[in-house]
Design a protein around this ligand. Structure first.
Ligand SMILES: [Zn+2]
Length: 398
């Protein structure tokens, strides 16, 4: 019994990391969705990840889980009937343009059903204890998809459908959705903004697509305070992200006490991604995963399900995923303290202060500083001016 508890909570046995059973959702039918030769969201993204899983040292280390199609009832918890009919009608047809950067091919709808259903299956398996945690290697991605509109390469909102499935079908009381993709998860936020049972925490690059996710978007009605947006200027790296995760995400999450953590994992914050200007390395992704595993161990016996969103440099995607899966499976344990030491406090202090200032009335833990003092009402004026100036310069691309 002691061993089981230690394994479930990610403790170490004999000084070595405890290995976990990590499930991987994958299926060749995800390659059936193709938006065109030059599109960054392409089938090759999953080819490199499937090749990664064949590497010596990784082959045979994960439990393959086959996806299933999402059921109509599951889609309807997030999307409108008309929108579902519109997507169904694309099956078997050539290119159908749904928005300026989202289009379907003949098998796109099948892939989209498998992406949403695949994530639900991952949640089922983790909930039932068949695996400790899981990563859904699915496409198309989902976090931009709105109730009645495809947006930003996304058809169905996979993570929102899985969160509603966990709430309504599995009966879980509280779900934490963390979105670390470069872009704001507008569709996910809109789905849950008046729902206090789903906490949405998003870090994203400010002043870029989809131009939502400001700090002041905090949820509506009973959901106020359960949407936490952390927009960032370009240039945030490993230590900066980890400081934000440790000082904002972790205290809020521990106060919320989720029964399950879902992650919209976008690898477009990698320093080599063609769409972004962040500076995260594979080690940073490992560190962020470690913080999430730590939160999951403290709140929900390690129940963590991650899903692929963005990430458009194939080598960066592969190298980052290698580290994330190593962390999830307990084959490595990143020491986040050494990464945090590389953070630039000039970048993070103002962000932390602003988020605390807006959210401290919703989260007791944010009302106090790290030293136990109440959060200051004012921020040093010169630092504030510097931060605001940098934001405006970014906005106007100076
Ligand atoms: Zn993205």
């Amino acid at each position: 019994m002691t061993d089981f508890v230690a394994a479930a909570e990610g403790e170490k046995e004999n000084g070595r990391p405890t290995e976990k059973r990590t499930g991987i959702i994958r299926d060749p039918r995800y390659a059936g969705h193709c938006m065109g030769q030059e599109e960054p969201e392409c089938p090759e993204r999953l080819d490199v990840l499937n090749a990664l899983l064949q590497e010596p040292g990784l082959s045979g280390c994960f439990l393959d889980i086959s996806p299933r199609m999402a059921e109509k009832e599951e889609l309807l918890r997030v999307h409108s009937p008309d929108y579902i009919r519109r997507l169904e009608a694309t099956s078997g047809r050539g290119a159908v343009f749904l928005d300026e950067d989202t289009r379907t091919s003949s098998h796109s709808h099948e892939a989209a059903l498998l992406a949403a259903g695949g994530l639900c299956r991952a949640v089922e398996r983790v909930h039932a204890g068949g695996v400790d945690n899981a990563f859904a290697l699915v496409r198309p991605p989902g976090h931009h998809a709105e109730r009645a509109a495809a947006r930003g390469f996304c058809l169905y909102n996979n993570v929102a459908i899985a969160a509603r499935y966990a709430r309504n079908k599995l009966g879980l009381a509280r779900i934490l959705v963390v979105d670390w993709d470069l872009h704001h998860g507008n569709g996910t936020q809109h789905c849950f903004e008046d729902d206090p049972s789903v906490l949405f925490f998003s870090t994203h690059q400010a002043f870029t697509y989809p131009h939502s996710g400001s700090l002041r978007e905090i949820g509506k009605g009973r959901g106020k305070g359960y949407t936490v947006n952390v927009p960032l200027l370009p240039g945030f790296g490993d230590g900066d992200y980890l400081v934000l995760f440790e000082r904002l995400l972790k205290p809020i999450a521990l106060e919320f006490k989720p029964d399950l953590i879902l992650v919209s994992a976008g690898f477009d914050i990698h320093f080599n991604d063609p769409l972004g200007k962040m500076k995260v390395t594979p080690e940073g992704f490992a560190g962020m995963t470690r913080v999430l595993l730590d939160i999951a161990a403290q709140c929900c016996r390690g129940k963590l399900v991650m899903t692929l969103e963005g990430g458009y440099n194939l080598e960066a995607l592969r190298d980052s995923m290698r580290e994330v899966l190593g962390e999830m499976s307990g084959r490595r344990t990143t020491d986040i303290r050494s990464i945090i030491a590389s953070a630039d406090p000039r970048k993070t202090a103002y962000v932390i202060w602003r988020v605390k200032h807006v959210h401290r009335k919703y989260w007791k833990t944010l009302a106090m500083s790290a030293t136990g003092e109440p959060v200051a009402d004012t921020f040093p004026i010169m630092e504030r001016l510097r931060g605001d100036m940098a934001r405006w310069m970014t906005f106007f691309r100076i």
